[in-house]
Design a protein around this ligand. Structure first.
Ligand code: HEC
Length: 153
């Protein structure tokens, strides 16, 4: 009987704890995630369907480039990381013509500034200094964040 009571009270204890966690989670969401509204208030670029997939695959390459740069930095391979920054994130003729295709002037400007920061990142990595490189990486990633917060397809 005693054993049974201990089991029951332990179960109740766990349940209570879980409920407390759930309540805390809900409060957290309630208080801090106002931006997670059901409505997407970002400006639409009104991309034609044929440009959508192209843009998304291009974006997936951007995130892959960031991943490679971080990995190479950890291995002290700054020259390789620098090359990736210039080739994949920098203002190459390919990126230049891609960004020029958009009708939205501000988006275009943001795109060019982002790719320019990719070249700056390449230069920073070239110095092989971790802090200089991380600062430049942070700056480049600020463009990812700003643009995603402002625009959608
Ligand atoms: C000038 C604007 C701009 C910049 C800068 C930008 N993106 Fe994007 N990105 C977009 C837009 C627009 C979409 C589509 C979002 C939507 O419609 O919801 C997108 C989508 C994505 C996606 C989703 C891809 C998919 O397959 O669904 C990823 C991942 C992404 N971007 C990564 C990045 C990373 C990483 C960076 C910075 C290194 C970056 N982007 C910089 C505009 C930008």
């Amino acid at each position: 009987m005693k054993k049974f009571l201990i089991t029951v009270s332990t179960l109740i204890g766990f349940t209570g704890l879980n409920a407390a966690f759930a309540a805390d989670e809900m409060m957290h969401h309630g208080n801090h995630h106002h931006e997670m509204s059901v409505e997407d208030t970002r400006t639409s670029l009104e991309l034609p369907p044929e440009m959508k997939q192209h843009q998304l695959s291009n974006m997936r390459e951007h995130v892959e480039a960031i991943k490679s740069i971080v990995g190479l930095m950890a291995e002290n391979k700054f020259e390789d990381a620098s090359k990736i920054a210039h080739i994949k994130l920098g203002l190459t003729p390919e990126m230049q013509s891609m960004c020029s295709m958009f009708d939205n002037e501000n988006f275009k400007k943001l795109g060019f500034a982002f790719h320019k920061s990719g070249d700056d990142l390449g230069d920073a990595l070239h110095t092989k200094d971790v802090k200089t490189s991380l600062r430049a990486l942070n700056k480049t990633m600020e463009y990812c964040v700003t643009c995603h917060a402002t625009y959608r397809q």
